[in-house]
Structures are given as C-alpha cells and as structure tokens.
Design a protein around this ligand. Structure first.
Ligand code: SAH
Length: 529
C-alpha cells in the first residue's frame, strides 16, 4: 500500500466532485484525486474519476449507507487515522460538499482532531441538474430568486421545512432528496400557494449517461415521475423557468442532453464518447463486441522477413485496431517502427491515419473514398502492376478489398492481427440497463451491428424511436440487413464524421422560434434604448 509520508500529519481534501460527469469535477479536485494516497468515495462518485487515482492509492467505498450516523462516524475515524499516518486523504462528495453533504461535519471532526484540511468547492446538482436539462434556475424577467430545499423532511412529523412560507418565498424551488416523496412535496408547495399549473421538471441522474427528464405541473408531476419509474438521485424543479427551459431546448437543438448508445468495443469507445460529450451529448457505453489480439508469431515473423527483403510495396491498414495490434506484434518480436523500413503505408480513414501518426508514421496514401472500391482504385493507381500489398487486420477481414486488388493485378496478403468476438453476458446486462429512452444508436462497424442485434436476441424493435447512425455505407448496409434502416450515415467514415452527421440530424430537428422570454427581453431593451 501507500507509504507513510515523513512530514508527520498528512492532510485531508474535502472535494465536491460535481453531479456525475467526471468533466464537472474541478481542476483542483482532479489534482487532489491524482495526488491522493487514500480516497474515500460513495455511490454518487463517478468510476471515471476514481480511475484517475494513482494505481497504488487505497480506495475505500464508504457509500453503502450514506446518511446513517454510524457510517458518518466511521468516515471521520478513517479520515483522521489515515491523515495521522501522514497520508494525503481525499474525501469525495457528490456535487458540493456543503450542500446537503456532510462536508461541514467532517471539517469539524478534523479540526477537533488537529488534522489539517482543505475544502474544494464543487458544482452542485442544485444548479447543475436543472441546467443539464436546459433549465436556468434564474432567468431575466422570469425568476429573480431560487431556493434549494431538502425533500427529506416532508414526510414525517419533524417537518423542519416550512413549506407554507417557502412556497412563495423564491421564484424557483429546487428540491433535493425528494423523489420518493414527490406527491407529498408537490401538495405541500401547492398548499403554500403555488398554482397547480406551475411548470415542474424532475431530472434524474443529471449529467450521467442515465440522465432523464420528466416534465409536468405541480398537479401532475408526481404521477408522471412515478409512471416513468424515476428514482434517486433526482431533483425537482418548480417554477416558470421550467417553461423557459423548454423554449430554450426547442431552440438549442443539437446534441445537448441526447442519450447516444456507443456500441464500440471496450478500449475503442473512448474517442467517440469524448467527441459526443464535447457537444453536450450523453454517451451510453454498451459494447456490442470485444476485440482481442490474434496474431500468430510465426506468420508475423514471415511477414517481417519479407518486409526486410522489400517484398511488399505497400502496407495498408483498414482500422486503428489493425494499427494497434500490428505494433503490439512488432513489440512482441522486440521490434519497433524501424522494421517498416522503406515500405509505403496506406491508411484507410482519418482515424487510422491518426493512429499511425501517433506511432510516428505519416501515411503515404489516404484514399478519399473509404469504400473497398475507392480504396482499391487509389492503391492500384499508386502501385506498379503485380506489386505486393500486405493487409494486417481482423482475422475475419472482409474479402472485398483483397479481391478487388487481386483483380487489379496486385498480389495481396491478408494477415490477421486481431479478432472480433461477440459480446458477453456482462455486455448484455449493460445494454438492458441502457436501452430505454435512447435518442440515437451509433455503429462504427458492421460487426458492431451484428453484435448489438445478437445482444438484443434479434429484437431490433427494442431500439424503436432511436435514430440509427452509421459510420459509413458498409455499416449502413449491415444495419439495413439486420432490419435497422440507417437514418444517418457519416459523409466521412471517422469519429468526427459520425458526430458531424449526428449534429446535422439533430439540429435539423431542433430549429425553432426565438423563446418568448428572449422576445420580451428584446422588447424591453428596445423600449429603453
Ligand atoms: N452535495 C450534493 C447533494 C447531496 S444530497 C450536491 O451538491 O449536489 C443528494 C441529492 O442530491 C440527491 O437525492 C439528489 O436530489 C441530488 N443529486 C445529486 N446528484 C444528482 C444528479 N446527478 N442528478 C440529480 N440529482 C442529483
């Protein structure tokens, strides 16, 4: 485990890690996590953030029964003990540690024990959950105040929240920890004088891939949320700003808040997930296939010997996995990029070219058209007749490219370096959890289509309502054969191309009129100018 530091007492960082998306943790919070010897986390902490810990850091799950006094007491003991042993200790909180968190109690316990502590503020769900659903907690001319309330007190006799006073005290009400008592809370707010027609929204698991939004009014929201099966963590937002959010949403279009299934294999999905997140979309990871190395040492040795003997004019890679596993095979033979010597290299697709560039290889040829015919034509044009082409790729490589090259007079060797396997039961469980309420399903290869259809047991109807988005024509064809007509096909077969095509598809849907509240602001400004 971690070594004790020599400088005596360590320190505790009480970190507000944001509402869920690891991108909404602060830079200071991330630095603390990366430097930590010990991290205490609970069920609201994101996996991806925990992955930022040092490999030798001790991770302690304190989340089994957050809220009970014994657990909280144990947390104080752990914080103090680890810090006294000279360690850097991070206590992660969801949102902000001081907003219905126990951050203040922890700080008090640490001060009492003489342990130095630093509090790092976080992005609270009290604001961010509404915002992730496109709802501003204040809006000029609509809401000049907001109140954040606990919904936990609404049920019992110890009604510490004075709903009668609160209902009209702020324009926007944000209720945390109230999703299990929505009916009682809505009644209490209405009883305090808010109209039953007041717009409401419940935002579940905001900023995570499980985010869902249910809308209604004070009179209907409890029933609507129950019908949708909404559960914690969720916030209730009450007030006219919810309607403003709807107007903004119609205007905003684009990918913001859209749940998109990413079917790429583990290890391949990160690039697409990051590109989607960068546009505000919520990638839902459900690997529909698995990739594993599948090179045969003897076949690789033979190919390398031929490469050294200048037997190949071209080395062509059709995918980044091909690149990755070819270099893995080289490394296993204690070789590196220099083994390529003078061979010319063709990259099919920009993503593949990028994977090559990362290994210091500039592709000599990047065919404009990604189809087998396009690639074959470009390669043949660049080849002497009878030239030899090596194609390191999937064990189950599609035969078209090789066949077209051979027909054009080239001599072709397909070399298996990786293999695509069908997904497992664990993947099926992930998909079962993820498949409702999807806005789009993305496919980056024909094998991903087949994998997903397999995971669904052939029931492609389960994806009804989601846009089917494919990286290129071959993938779209595979989708069509599986009974999933592609709504979106990327103009250029790359992650960027796929995201661009999705962006176009959704902004076409989202175009709308200027929101009323913006119009009224304009009118107001016009009057005073
Ligand atoms: N300190 C946290 C709040 C802790 S209380 C913060 O500042 O956000 C726990 C409550 O926070 C949950 O019951 C829920 O109401 C809300 N919450 C936390 N994360 C949320 C999320 N991602 N989406 C919606 N609500 C969330």
């Amino acid at each position: 485990m971690t070594q004790a530091r020599e400088s005596g007492v360590g320190r505790v960082w009480i970190v507000g890690a944001g509402p869920g998306d690891p991108g909404l943790n602060t830079v200071a919070g991330l630095a603390a996590v990366r430097a930590a010897d010990v991290v205490l986390f609970d069920r609201l902490s994101s996996r991806e953030l925990l992955d930022e810990c040092r490999a030798d850091a001790l991770r302690i799950d304190v989340g089994k029964a957050v809220g009970d006094a014994a657990t909280q007491e144990r947390i104080h003991v752990l914080l103090v003990e680890h810090a006294r042993a000279g360690r850097r200790v991070v206590r992660l909180h969801g949102g902000d540690a001081f907003v219905f968190g126990r951050g203040a109690e922890e700080l008090a316990a640490l001060s009492a024990a003489g342990v130095p502590a630093t509090v790092i503020p976080g992005v609270t769900s009290a604001v961010a959950a509404a915002e992730a659903a496109g709802i501003p907690v204040t809006a000029r001319g609509v809401a000049a105040s907001f109140a954040v309330v606990t919904g936990r007190e609404a049920a019992g006799a110890m009604a510490r929240v004075d709903w009668d006073r609160l209902a009209l005290a702020a324009d926007t009400l944000v209720v945390l920890m109230g999703v299990e008592r929505l009916a009682a809370i809505a009644d209490a707010i209405a009883g305090g004088g808010r109209e039953a027609s007041t717009p409401c929204a419940v935002v579940e698991a905001a900023t995570t891939s499980r985010q869902r939004v249910v809308r209604g009014t004070l009179g209907t929201i409890a029933t609507a949320a129950a019908a949708a099966g909404v559960g914690p963590p969720a916030v209730l937002v009450v007030g006219a700003v919810v309607a403003v959010g709807e107007q903004l949403g119609a205007l905003r279009g684009g990918l913001a808040g859209r749940r998109m299934l990413v079917t790429r294999a583990v290890g391949q999905a990160a690039g697409l997930a990051a590109a989607l997140r960068a546009e505000g979309a919520l990638p839902v990871l459900a690997p529909a296939l698995r990739i594993e190395a599948a090179w045969d040492a003897h076949a690789i040795a033979v190919a390398l010997a031929r490469l050294r003997g200048d037997a190949y004019a071209w080395l062509a890679f059709a995918s980044e996995q091909g690149v990755e596993h070819w270099w893995e095979a080289l490394a296993a033979c204690e070789l590196d990029t220099r083994a390529l010597a003078g061979v010319r290299v063709c990259a099919i697709g920009r993503t593949t070219a990028y994977a090559l560039a990362q290994r210091g290889v500039r592709a000599d040829l990047l065919p404009d058209e990604g189809s087998a015919a396009g690639v074959a034509a470009a390669l043949l044009a660049a080849c002497e007749r009878g030239a030899s082409v090596l194609l390191p790729g999937a064990a189950e490589q599609r035969p078209e490219l090789g066949a077209l090259l051979r027909a054009g007079g080239a001599s072709v060797e397909e070399l298996a370096v990786y293999r695509t396997l069908v997904a497992t039961e664990a993947d099926a469980a992930l998909l079962a959890e993820a498949r409702t309420g999807l806005d789009a399903v993305t496919f980056a290869s024909p094998s991903a289509v087949r994998g997903l259809v397999g995971l669904l047991g052939g029931d492609v109807g389960a994806l009804r309502g989601a846009l089917i988005a494919c990286i290129g024509p071959t993938t779209a064809e595979a989708a069509r054969e599986a009974g999933l007509a592609a709504d979106v096909v990327a103009a250029e077969p790359s992650v960027e191309g796929l995201v661009a095509a999705l962006r176009d598809a959704f902004s076409a849907r989202g175009a709308g009129a200027e929101p009323e509240f913006v119009q009224s602001l304009r009118a107001e400004a016009g009057g005073t100018r």
